[in-house]
Structure formats: structure tokens, C-alpha cells
Design a protein around this ligand. Sequence first.
Ligand code: UDP
Ligand code: MG
Length: 319
Amino acid sequence: MSREHPFISCVIPAYNEAENIPLFIPALAKNLSELGVSYEMIVIDDGSKDNTIASLQPLLAHYPLKVLALSRNFGKEAAITAGLDHVNGDIALLIDADFQHPISAIKTMLDLWRSGYDMVYGIRDRNTESNLKQWLTRNFYWLLNKSSSIDIPADAGDFRLMDKQVVLALRNLPERTRYMKGLYAWVGFHSIGVHFTEAPRLKGESNFNWQRLTSLALTGLTAFSDLPLRICVFLGAAIALLALAYGIYITGETLVDGVQQPGWATLAAGMMLLGGIQLLFIGVLGEYIARIYNETKGRPKYIVARQYDKEHNIAPRNL
Ligand code: UDP
Ligand code: MG
């Protein structure tokens, strides 16, 4: 391998991208040819419900393309993991199938790799998103970085180029809870970010709604930080101390000043407060236990149902 002419493996997760991917593959191939590099493209069909796989069929003969069809929708993180497990190149390039990641940025990334960086990640400018989403995202990254020992760069997504060494390191992480943004940062290496402006999706809609984003954020927090557990400990201790102080105070009042304590209102409020806090903390514990449970089950991170390439064409299935 030479730094001048590396072999690049492109990892392209695709879920219901039948309208985008037949256009995306030729566009990416053209760009890579112009850059004078050799390449392979690995599309991971993440259990699409549309014709994503069929739409790739005519391309198999013309491009160095491999399609991994997962047995169901495992989610983007698992699809990327599957792709990275199957790459052969000196470098892996992760890129979305919907034209949101600018193909034109690959040259800059490649040049940075050539100059010695192991990982080059795209940082997206979020100008097009709502103020609320930008605010929430900013605070999420702030919290995540404050509470975990690794530095997870804000707004750095999956659009990135990485050296084979980084890919091998990622493959060696056995965990099933795959918060990729955290894992990229966890493995370390000599990394640098490049800014890019995210284009609108060519066709279709984003698969990440608020619910999925919240769940991803929770996964990230519980997988990379034990801050929520610490908060429980400190808040629990603070409330216990307060209760103790208050207890001493009213006992004093009764014994010394002979005050009759009308107690039920404070009792009821106290009980409700404590009950709520306890439930919340049990929930936090539950989140972590659920993670442990998932890890110990040891299920595979994804299942490849079928693989297609030039030799193994996509044949219609007769059931
Ligand atoms: N994707 C996937 N599995 C999923 C959801 C998304 O492989 O369960 C792929 C999708 O086809 C696209 C990329 O991940 O190539 C990013 O998804 P999307 O565009 O829906 O999200 P956004 O760009 O809004 O973050
Ligand atoms: Mg997208």
C-alpha cells in the first residue's frame, strides 16, 4: 500500500434508500475514480422494506460493489458495525446513502490521512436545524463530555475516514451497545475534524425522529458515563441529610418549646417527594442493568442474511 494510492473501502448503510442509492453509487464511484484511488463499496441493506436491494442489482456488474443484506432492521449503528467487519481496504470511508454527506469533502479527508492522521471525521454545521434541536444537542454533548473520561467531539457524526488500524481497533470492541460516536472517540488515534455543510436528503425522510434520537442519547450517556448513577448517590445523600436536619429541628421544637406539630401536610409532601425520587433512581439503575443484561446475552450484533457481489448476483427468491 502506498499513501499516494490507497485502497479505500466505502461503508454505506442503507435503510429504505431505493430512490437514492442507484444514483449515489455512481456518483461516489465517479468521485473516487477522479481521485485516482482504487476502492470497493459495501452497502449494508439494513432490512429495508422497499426495493433497496433490487435497485442495486443493475449496478453489481459495473462497480466494485458488495451488498450485505441484514436479516432485519438492526439500526444504523449495527449496520456500520457489519460494514466495518467486512472491509478489506487500507482505509474505510463511512458515508450515508442519501447524499447528505458531501462527496466533494472526501478529497480533503484523504489529504489529511495522507498527511498522517489516522482518522478524519466530518463536523456538520447545524445551521439548518431548529434552535431547540441545536440547543438540546449542544447541551447533550456538553453533559456527555463533562461526565465521561473520553472526549467525544460535538457534531462529529458517522461521516469519516479511518485507517485500517482504527477499523481493527473498533472490530476488537466486543460490546453490543454500539454508540459509534463514543466508540470512535474511545479507540483514540491521531484524529482531526473537517467542517462540512449537510445537504438536504435527496429523497425520502430521515429515519431518526425525536424518539429514536432520545433513545440514542440515553444509550450514549449510559454507555460512556456513570454520571447518572453518581447523581443518584449525591442527591440521595443530600436529601437524607436534609431530612435528618429537619427531624432534629422539629424534635427540638417539640421538646424545648413545647410546640404541637401538625404533621400530615409535610408528611404527605415528603413521602411524595421521596417516592418520586426513589422511582427515578430505580429507573436509572434499571437503565444500567438493562445494558448489562444485553451484554451478557451475548447475541450477535447483527445477522447477515445474504451477500451479493459480481459473482453472486441478486436472484429473485422463489419461496
Ligand atoms: N440507516 C440505516 N438503518 C437505520 C436508519 C438509517 O442503515 O435503521 C441509514 C440510512 O439509510 C442513511 C443513514 O443511515 O444512509 C442515515 O440515516 P438518515 O438519513 O435516516 O438519518 P439522518 O441523516 O437524519 O441522521
Ligand atoms: Mg440522512
